[in-house]
Design a protein around this ligand. Structure first.
Ligand code: SF4
Length: 486
């Protein structure tokens, strides 16, 4: 007697299935985009979507098998699907209990540059009253170590942070001393325009394992236009600085960040080529934020979100073609989004978190001891709007600062599963909220998604990445590689 049922027994059996929660939206004329709470997604034609929700799909269809593999439906062959969904959801939110890992110390507001898009109310280089003192630094370090996070990254920013290098040295040494007791994974980054970097500073950085982060906006004329300084030699200084950093610290210990201005919009390829020429393994295509001088000088309004998206798509498509020709080069904004789309991990990118990453992922200690939940909210404060100011390290305790309504209310309002339009948006698993942006634009933490530049930009990026993956197997493989690269 046969141990198995005949093949017909399996073939003819009509399975019934249950649906798991998912969202969908029209992707193009033929397809609908479906996603579930863990970020798994599928494109399905309208007719199949209709039959899916009416429980009419047949288990021999490819779409049925795909939907089952991604836990959009459960039948008696995948009864562990709900457990899998729960594990994936837990993994996705696993960063939340870690709490604040990035601690930004604004060590000076002084700066030798006068960039039109500068996000702080910079002060001229000789006003010492805009420097952080040891007293404030001590208190801020104590705050940093009160964070439950196993990883503590201290980033020094300005103005130009190196104008107050003595306080950087003080903070590094004191933090390291305290860490003998706290035993955290402690990292340091100096964000600098590199105009005053030298071998002595870099020798100190090498000794203490400090990473350097700088700004590079593109080719010489563009960079100097965006980043004026006396002598009109910002580009020359940054190029020399990068080279010296690499010589003393090693190739990977210096990274660069670009900002898109109106002058950059038609020059995506040249900007990418500049990064390639300098041997960087990738670029972060970054738009202007509507804060600080970017608002004051109206440079934020100098281009619309749609124009930035065109710049982003054109530059990304160029990067894809570079990879197709054998040149490995990455676009980091896409890589972050792709890791949310194609893996179950969340890279914890502050701008795309729900609830928002402000305060719970990043915190800013200003030169005067005031505490802000993000660099952007600190910039608003520099312009006289203290809506997001959480307190001051000199007068408030860690507990008072982190239970401040200036943090809790915008955080509550930033949970995208309860924000109108986001709660039904199929891109929600990859997206986030930026209550500081919404407040800067509309004076309210939630804003209106149909008018929100943040939403328009995020949606534009998601759609383009999905479109490129769907139409080109090479791109799918490339994006899979980016998503999984650390
Ligand atoms: S911000 Fe826009 S793209 Fe993001 S989840 Fe909300 S509605 Fe969707």
């Amino acid at each position: 007697m046969s141990k198995f049922q005949p093949v017909s027994f399996y073939k003819n059996k009509k399975k019934t299935y249950q649906l798991t929660p998912f969202r969908f939206l029209k992707f193009n004329q033929e397809k609908y985009f479906l996603s579930n709470m863990t970020g798994e997604y599928l494109l399905l034609d309208r007719e199949s979507l209709g039959r899916l929700v009416e429980h009419q799909l047949d288990d021999s269809e490819q779409s049925y098998l795909d939907l089952r593999a991604k836990q959009f439906l459960i039948d008696d062959t995948n009864s562990i699907a709900t457990d899998l969904l729960a594990i994936k959801a837990r993994t996705r939110y696993s960063r939340l209990p870690e709490f604040t890992a990035l601690h930004i110390f604004v060590v000076s507001l002084r700066c030798d540059h006068s960039c039109q898009y500068c996000q702080v109310s910079r002060q001229s280089a000789d006003k010492l009253k805009y420097d952080m003192t040891e007293e404030i630094a001590d208190k801020a370090i104590d705050f940093a170590f009160k964070s439950p996070s196993r990883n503590i990254k201290i980033e020094f920013q300005g103005g130009e942070s190196l104008l107050n290098f003595p306080i950087i040295q003080y903070i590094v040494e004191r933090s390291k001393k305290l860490n003998e007791v706290h035993c955290r994974n402690l990292d340091f980054v100096i964000a600098t325009n590199l105009s005053m970097i030298d071998r002595d500073i870099l020798g100190y950085c090498r000794l203490h394992g400090i990473h350097i982060s700088t700004s590079l906006d593109g080719p010489e004329d563009l960079h100097n236009k965006n980043r004026p300084r006396p002598g009109k030699d910002s580009y020359e200084k940054v190029i020399k600085g990068i080279s010296l950093c690499r010589e003393v610290l090693g190739r990977d210990e210096v990274s660069a960040l670009m900002t898109t201005t109106e002058a950059s919009l038609k020059r995506g390829k040249e900007i990418v080529d500049e990064y390639l020429k300098l041997g960087f393994p990738g670029i972060f295509l970054r738009s202007l934020s509507p804060y600080g001088y970017a608002i004051k000088t109206k440079s934020f309004a100098a281009y619309q979100t749609e124009q930035w998206l065109d710049f982003f798509k054109e530059s990304l498509d160029y990067i894809i073609e570079l990879n197709r020709s054998g040149i490995r080069f990455q676009e980091y904004c896409s890589a972050i989004v792709l890791s949310k789309m194609l893996t179950s991990s969340d890279p914890g990118f502050v701008d795309l978190m729900s609830p928002a990453g402000i305060g719970i992922s990043v915190i800013v200690y200003n030169y005067d001891g005031s505490v802000h939940p993000s660099d952007e909210s600190r910039m608003l404060a520099e312009m006289g709007d203290n809506t997001f100011k959480m307190g001051n390290v000199l007068t408030d305790s860690y507990e008072q600062v982190f239970s401040s309504q200036a943090l809790l209310q915008p955080l509550e309002d930033s949970y995208t599963n309860s924000v109108p339009m986001c709660e039904e948006c199929a891109y929600e698993p990859y997206c986030g909220a930026d209550p500081v942006y919404e407040y800067a634009m509309n004076q309210d933490y939630i804003g209106r998604r149909p008018d929100s530049g943040f939403c328009q930009k995020s949606m534009g990026i998601f759609k383009h990445l999905i479109k490129r993956m769907e139409e080109d197997p090479f791109v799918k493989n490339l994006f899979m590689d980016w998503a999984n690269r650390k």
